[in-house]
Design a binder for this molecule. Structure first.
Ligand code: ATP
Ligand code: MG
Length: 754
């Protein structure tokens, strides 16, 4: 098992008990070391499988880790605690729902559900959603929770925040009443459970002697505290990470946790790995050169024994359509050369880019699989079906109520629902519990709905999970409804896939054959070799477990698993993964680096780390692609080349299309567009015919691409795109301080500076 490792890797795997940090760059074997250490601890009998807790970044990574361990040795991995922070906290809360103050069948709100719940809350309490936009409320609540703060802990230094805190309080009451838990709440509850309940804390502290954490650089403060609390004085924490791959600061990740951990725990037990086993030389050197533009790095060298390999292929296309089509053609030839489709990944910075790429793949009948983005479980029809499933296990889940009480339509109007909400508010109950208080026809319609839910619950009691799901999508009326819908065929197919997903899930989680209504004992106290009887049986019914899975699953469309498909995902979702061939698309200013990030140095550095993550996913073949014009958010843009292209030394790049333009150098100097090539941009078919030009006359002013201009509010900038003429004329301007803006030339007052 350890023969195949290099010296520092072996040293890390076989470290004696105690805290340790493995700090190393991409592809140096951190995840491999972590997995091997788990196997090593078990094999050398330093730990039972049940004494290990491992945190991975995605559910997919957790599954892979389990698979690798069972490949190394024949043990039953079922009772092992390997999963994401959310997954593990969910498990803890399910096992101790009472102590955590939750109903047994509590449901998990994903980000979109949470947003809907907040909107409903604002409306119910007559709170002005312009002054307190639901997005901002959501961010406020989540940030507070990620810092471990309940409403009483948040500082109220002005009236706005005081009101936000009140909303937070109302929101908590609503969630509690409805028996639902949002993502950050999973963590905070689990943290509070451990910190307040000494017997439970002692139990888990005694049980988990070894805690292993992958992708440690992206832990947030609450996760860090959760880990240290769980570790107590006795456990060994083994963390692996790479500061250069910290890409979740926007969600509260704190790369400083690495330094803190080193100082407070690892104290000298820091191992560095420098040999990269993943990528060929050109790819690795390109990544190293790029990331060297960042400041304040912990500093690492990465080298490879593999040869230089191929240069990075760069291709520039006139439009995003052409870019996508080019990629599809290239994938065809890669496959013809004998590469597997699932070893090819297309990465993008922003989810909005995937539609065009998906369309091109779809038209060419190339199977593909999208990770993240609009995930299977987030599709409208699936959400509806899940809402029914949630209601049959917990009728008090108001979010689900509101979602399906009139879907398929059953004559329950908005006014009825509002009066129901009023009742529920007045009597402080759930919607379901207030039905009897609504009079007349409206009331009887509602009662009818309630009856149909309880009939479904009754009829499915004791059925295996897939049959249960099948019964509910049929008897909810969803299938019949979509049959009437012209475009419903896809939706019906997806609903049927939900049954498949439930089947796969039941098999993977060993629920097959077990009735969905009955609880299963995963780890009974008898098998807990750490020897005390406190851990209650994990009473997770297959349905509850499936619903948590649907809420937590990081976008893997299980039903399609097994098919050889090209992999599509955002760069964020690609962390930790590797592929033979990788396309990094949209290498354009404003997109990658993203326009929201470039104004602050820290934002730009995070973008650069993202690019570093993207590049280091490739083993053999890497492509950079970009478009000269792109349709984004309903607007055509004419972006400049990404500054990251100029941060990779020329020797690593091979241009497949002419390289006559110079990329933006990132210092606000005039971008050097070869203006003439603008004129050759073909008009895209689906866009309003407003052809891009290189020069426009408005009044007496003649605007050109590349020209310097100044604007009263946005300051100095450079014209990077022009379109239309006369009153329709617009310019896209890259302002030095205000980012890129599109302005109507007839209206905006611009001075030409040079
Ligand atoms: P990332 O930072 O991207 O998460 P990582 O440091 O976790 O990367 P791994 O994914 O563990 O790196 O390893 C990268 C690749 O190198 C994997 O395919 C792994 O199997 C391989 N590898 C790691 N160590 C060795 C080794 N000693 N011999 C051969 N292959 C190795
Ligand atoms: Mg890894």
């Amino acid at each position: 098992m350890i023969d195949k490792l290099n010296d520092p890797q072996r040293e890390a795997v076989t470290l004696p008990p105690g805290h340790a940090l493995v700090l190393a760059g991409a592809g140096s074997g951190k995840t491999r070391v972590l997995t091997t250490r788990m196997a090593w601890l078990i094999q050398t009998r330093q730990s039972s499988p049940l004494g290990i807790l491992a945190v991975t970044f995605t559910n997919k990574a957790a599954r892979e880790m389990l698979a690798r361990i069972s490949a190394i040795m024949p043990i039953d991995t079922r009772g092992m605690w390997i999963g994401t922070f959310h997954g593990l906290c969910n498990r803890l809360l399910r096992a101790h729902f009472r102590d955590a103050g939750l109903p047994q069948a509590f449901q998990i709100l994903d980000t979109a559900d949470q947003f809907a719940a907040i909107k409903r809350l604002l409306k119910a309490n007559n709170i002005d959603d312009e002054k307190y936009p639901p997005r901002d409320v959501q961010r406020f609540i989540n940030c507070a929770k990620e810092e471990g703060q309940r409403p009483g802990d948040v500082e109220a230094y002005d009236s706005f925040r005081r009101r936000m805190i009140e909303i937070y309080t109302l929101y908590e009451a609503q969630c509690q009443r409805e028996g639902v838990v949002d993502f950050p709440e999973l963590l905070l509850r689990a943290f509070e459970l451990l910190s307040r309940n000494e017997p439970i804390r002692n139990h888990y502290q005694r049980r988990f002697r070894h805690i292993l954490v992958d992708e440690f650089q992206d832990t947030n403060n609450l996760q860090y505290r959760w880990l240290t609390l769980l570790a107590g004085d006795g456990a060994s924490v083994f963390a692996v990470g790479d500061d250069d791959q910290s890409i979740y600061a926007f969600r509260g990740a704190n790369v400083g946790n690495m330094a803190d951990f080193e100082r407070d725990f690892a104290r000298g037990a820091v191992i560095r790995l420098e040999q990269n086993y993943r990528s060929y030389g050109h790819i690795l050197d390109a990544a190293n050169a790029l990331i060297s533009h960042n400041t304040g790095r912990l500093g690492k060298n990465l080298w490879t024994e593999q040869g230089a390999g191929e240069q990075i292929r760069v291709v520039e296309q006139p439009t995003d359509f052409a870019e996508a089509q080019w990629i599809v053609d290239e994938i065809r030839s890669l496959v013809a050369e004998g590469r597997s489709r699932h070893e090819i990944a297309i990465l993008y910075r922003s989810n909005a880019q995937s539609r065009v790429i998906e369309h091109a793949l779809f038209s060419s009948a190339i199977p593909y699989k999208v990770y993240g983005g609009l995930r299977f479980f987030e599709r409208q029809e699936i959400k509806h079906a899940l809402a029914y499933l949630r209601l049959i296990s917990n009728p008090d889940d108001d979010t689900s109520w509101v979602r399906v009480v009139n879907f398929p339509p059953r004559g329950i109007g908005a006014r009825t629902i509002e009066s129901l909400m009023d009742q529920a508010r007045t009597y402080d109950t759930s919607l379901a519990a207030s039905v009897a208080r609504v009079p007349g026809k409206a009331g009887s319609n509602l009662a009818q709905f309630l009856v149909s839910i309880s009939q479904m619950a009754e009829a499915t009691r004791g059925l295996p999970l897939p049959e249960l799901v099948e019964h509910v999508i049929e008897h909810s009326g969803l299938i019949a409804h979509y049959k009437l819908d012209k475009e419903g065929a896809d939706r019906i197919e997806n609903l049927n896939e939900l049954v498949t997903a439930a089947t796969v899930f039941a098999i993977e989680e060993h629920f097959d054959g077990l009735p969905a209504g009955e609880s299963v004992q995963w780890v009974s106290s008898a098998t807990d070799s750490m020897g005390d009887s406190l851990t209650p049986a994990e009473n997770i019914s297959p349905l509850a477990s499936f619903l948590s899975h649907a809420a937590l699953e990081a976008g893997d469309n299980q039903a399609q698993a097994g098919q050889q498909a090209v992999q599509l995902m955002t760069v964020h979702a690609a962390k930790g993964l590797e592929f033979d061939a990788v396309f990094i698309t949209g290498m354009e200013e404003g997109l990658f680096p993203h326009e929201n990030s470039v104004l602050e140095p820290s934002g730009l550095e995070e973008e650069r780390r993202l690019m570093y993550v993207a590049i280091t996913r490739a083993r053999e073949r890497l492509y950079f692609s970009l478009a000269q014009s792109r349709m984004l958010h309903g607007q055509t843009r004419y972006p400049m080349r990404s500054r990251f292209l100029s941060e990779v030394p020329d020797q690593h790049l091979k241009w497949l299309t002419p390289k006559q333009q110079v990329a933006f150098d990132g210092h606000g100097s005039e971008p050097r567009w070869a203006g003439a090539s603008r004129a050759s941009i073909p008009n895209r078919p689906s866009v309003a015919p407003r052809s891009p030009t290189t020069g426009v006359l408005v009044g007496s002013q003649h605007f050109r691409i590349g020209q310097g201009v100044s604007h009263g509010r946005f300051g100095e900038g450079t014209i990077i795109g022009l379109s239309g003429s006369g009153l329709e004329a617009q310019a896209q301007i890259q302002f030095r301080d205000a980012g890129t803006k599109t302005l109507a030339l007839g209206i905006a007052k611009l001075d030409i500076t040079h």
